[in-house]
Write a protein that binds this ligand. Structure first.
Ligand code: NA7
Length: 542
């Protein structure tokens, strides 16, 4: 297309400095910062409101596994003071209400178009713009495009044979209806025992006449130790919030955590057991790093896993069920540890059964239930919690095209290639937030998003200040960063799990460990170093 023709087309469409795709926490912040910096911005969101993953995952028991005082925005002191979290770990309704509060408070919805999906986007060198098409047949132009699509936003729906023949109710945890789902007195099947299934199960078991959990691979699950945040807890946090935030920014995961002071190999057996007990009592995902090298040293990891297995056997009365619930196929923490709010103890209830799909796989569905190799199980309701095409699914679902015929599906065909997780060679003026190549899913998502979004807008500012119109990750720099991300992951036990971190839960997906395992603090330092070196690794052009 000639320059004149392209410019004519732009005048027929809408033209923004920035288009943001996705209105979860990262997307809302990307809109907020654009406005602060005087840039015109439009955000496109498929849901009917803000919240991203917290909009969709409304299943009973949904709750964040990062403490609420960390899993919240830090960019505005007043916001931080006025929003009062009620519990140590916030529930989905409270997090969604917080997202809505932020949207209201900063008047963000005016810049967000809901119930609209980006379907494809192409960059033109002639106009130095992205041309974005949506499922509402709209044509939108933008100088820069920021993807804030979420890592766990493309649900994985296994093609269970004859699911459509089942006459009862079917729900996916990742697309839970807004209306009440009442399972009182009903026979319920739950397929999937990851974090979502684990959190939903005890709530389903409370109401259902019968709950059967169909589990393929057992997961480690550590008590969440949730509690109400008292007024004095809250006053303490408020008194030192900036100190708490600063420590979180330079930490591994964007939260407070201190591994045991004595290294495992120097500690006595008594001290080790006491450390694991403390980790178990403190609860949640941080049990993965009771000892600093627990995800590096198989012996340390085995000891942590053995302690967790002992706890499961203490909680679950039936030894055969306990055996089925104890993972043996992955190091503890190599898959995100589930935060347990009564999951294991639920198996002591009369109305709860476990089907071990490794011994008795699902064959398919029939009119009134699920058929496994040995049995036809009858149900009124089926709940499917089978996870996500994580990290790359939401990006590759779009048809993204670079100016020289590049397609994101080709560029990432052997796994995601990025510079700092943010830039992709061949795709100028495109930035991906909290995706592969960055700490993303290993860190507190809101804090990580704030850091990356700020960094991207500094890069945009630099591009504009120098009168460039295009900025792109250099191919060799992206290859080097991606190689580094893979190499450091290979030093850890993370790579020993068949997990969504490595793409192993999706048939045909390239097997690479996608997140940067070095932690949020070190990652932010790399970003600052690159910024201070005039964005070394990025090419600018006019
Ligand atoms: P996960 O953690 O990926 O868990 C999905 C579960 O579903 C897992 O136990 C899978 O077993 C199981 N699954 C997947 N496909 C099937 C089929 N076809 N049959 C039976 N079971 C199946 O997703 P979640 O939504 O629970 O959690 C995702 C993240 O959200 C979590 O890590 C937190 O960060 C929040 P498998 O292990 O594949 O054998």
């Amino acid at each position: 297309m000639s320059n004149d023709a392209s410019l004519k087309n732009i005048s027929n469409g809408e033209d923004y400095d920035v288009v943001v795709a996705g209105a979860g926490f990262a997307g809302m912040y990307a809109v907020y910062v654009a406005l602060q910096r005087g840039l015109s911005v439009l955000c496109i969101e498929k849901a009917s409101d803000v919240g991203g993953t917290w909009y969709w995952n409304r299943y009973p028991g949904a709750r964040c596994d990062v403490e609420s005082i960390y899993y919240s925005y830090s960019f505005d002191e007043d916001l931080q003071r006025e929003w009062r979290w009620s519990e140590r770990y916030a529930t989905q309704p409270e997090i969604l209400a917080y997202a809505q509060h932020v949207a209201d408070r900063f008047d963000l919805r005016r810049h967000i178009r809901f119930e609209e999906n980006v379907v494809n986007a192409s960059f033109s060198d002639d106009t130095a713009r992205w041309r974005i098409e949506t499922d509402r047949a709209r044509e939108i132009y933008a100088r820069f495009m920021i993807l804030t699509l979420g890592n766990l936003s493309t649900p994985l729906k296994p093609g269970f044979k004859d699911l459509d023949q089942f006459k009862g109710e079917v729900y996916y945890t990742a697309e839970w209806p807004k209306s009440d789902v009442d399972v009182s007195g009903k026979r319920v099947a739950l397929i999937g025992g990851g974090s979502s299934g684990n959190k939903a199960a005890p709530h389903l078991a409370e109401k259902a006449s019968q709950l059967t959990v169909f589990q393929r691979t057992p997961n480690f699950s550590v008590p969440i130790k949730n509690m109400d945040l008292s007024d004095s807890d809250w006053a303490d946090v408020q008194a030192k919030y900036s100190e708490i935030r600063n420590a979180a920014r330079t930490s591994f995961g964007g939260t407070r955590h201190e591994p045991h002071s004595t290294p495992y190999h120097e500690a006595t057996e008594k001290d080790r057991q006491a450390a694991f007990e403390r980790g178990w009592t403190n609860g949640g995902v941080l049990y993965a790093t009771v000892f600093e090298d627990q995800l590096l040293d198989q012996d340390v990891n085995d000891a942590a896993a053995a302690f967790a297995a002992k706890k499961v056997r203490e909680i679950v009365k039936d030894p055969r069920t306990a055996d089925d619930l104890i993972p043996t196929d992955h190091p503890i923490g190599a898959k995100r540890i589930c935060t347990d709010n009564g999951y294991f103890s639920m198996f002591n209830r009369e109305n709860v059964d476990l089907v071990n799909l490794r011994k008795d796989p699902i064959v398919g569905f029939f009119e009134s239930g699920v058929e496994t190799k040995s049995t036809r199980h009858e149900f009124d309701v089926v709940v499917i919690a089978t996870g996500f095409d994580a990290m790359t699914g939401s990006v590759l679902r779009l048809d993204l095209n670079g100016p020289r015929g590049e397609r994101m599906q080709d560029t990432w065909s052997d796994g995601p290639v990025t510079l700092l997780g943010v830039g992709v060679p061949g795709f100028p003026n495109l930035f991906n937030i909290m995706g592969p190549g960055s700490p993303s899913v290993l860190a507190n998502g809101i804090m990580g998003a704030e850091q990356q979004v700020d960094w991207v807008y500094d890069l945009i500012q630099y591009t504009d200040d120098k009168s460039y119109t295009m900025v792109e990750a250099r191919k060799d720099a992206a290859a080097a960063w991606t190689g580094f991300v893979t190499a450091i992951a290979n030093h850890t036990l993370f790579v020993k799990g068949k997990t969504w971190y490595t793409g192993a839960n999706v048939e045909g997906k390239p097997r690479v460990f996608m997140a940067y395992v070095g932690g949020l603090g070190p990652y932010a330092q790399y970003c600052s170093d690159i910024r201070d070196a005039d964005y070394k690794g990025f090419i600018f052009s006019a």
